[in-house]
Ligand binder design. Structure first.
Ligand SMILES: CC(C)(COP(=O)(O)OP(=O)(O)OC[C@H]1O[C@@H](n2cnc3c(N)ncnc32)[C@H](O)[C@@H]1OP(=O)(O)O)[C@@H](O)C(=O)NCCC(=O)NCCS
Length: 171
């Protein structure tokens, strides 16, 4: 298992083979309820991730993109519409033993492509300030830091990527 702070494995042949074995599928919120143990493994500190909260957040247009390896889910990313044409990428999680192999990056890239194809005008997310590697990946994918916020005692950045038009409204 690779923990934050350890040296990050480079993309060896073995890692490239793992990525080649991953397939991506689009699901809806029911997938989250059916795979709640993976969701909790990725977000053990978020007590608010319960059925009621998920139902409330995912009433608008939403999607869950799931990464599967040999039929087994190894990661997911959840987005929902916060304003017409504006998608918020809420959660991205990768199973602990599969982290550091590029799955999270490919999941986010897949979500961004999917959201642009659906005609969204912009996509945004919030990331803890200390997750520098994860922030860097987003900047490489065309996100810009638009705001620095403090929530529940944590320093977060709001990052956004605009697909079309000028998004001048508050995210
Ligand atoms: C963040 C997370 C989704 C990354 O998934 P991943 O498949 O390991 O990511 P990748 O291999 O594509 O690496 C992307 C970047 O994330 C960072 N990262 C990877 N594994 C990490 C870990 N275990 N802890 C913290 N950061 C990690 C790295 O800095 C990496 O960037 P780099 O390779 O340029 O340095 C995964 O660590 C996870 O599920 N964490 C718990 C849930 C979470 O905090 N999600 C993010 C907020 S929504």
């Amino acid at each position: 298992m690779w923990e934050h702070g350890d040296a990050i494995p480079t993309q060896t042949g073995a890692v490239r083979r793992i990525l080649a074995e991953i397939s991506f599928r689009v699901h809806d919120k029911n997938w989250l309820f059916e795979n709640i143990s993976l969701v909790r493994e990725c977000f053990p500190h978020l007590e608010y991730i319960d059925a009621t909260d998920m139902e409330l957040r995912l009433q608008s247009d939403h999607g869950v993109i799931v990464a599967e390896c040999r039929g087994k889910p190894v990661g997911f990313t959840v987005w929902y519409e916060t304003l017409p044409g504006i998608a918020y990428i809420w959660l991205t999680g990768v199973a602990r033993e599969q982290r550091g192999k590029g799955i999270g990056t490919v999941l986010r890239r897949t979500a961004i492509r999917e959201l642009s194809k659906r005609g969204m005008r912009a996509v945004w997310c919030k990331i803890s300030k200390e997750k520098t590697g994860w922030i860097k990946k987003h900047l490489e994918q065309g996100f810009r830091i638009v705001e620095h916020v403090r929530e529940d005692g944590k320093d977060l950045y709001k990052l956004a990527k605009v697909f079309r038009g000028d998004v001048v409204i508050a995210l």
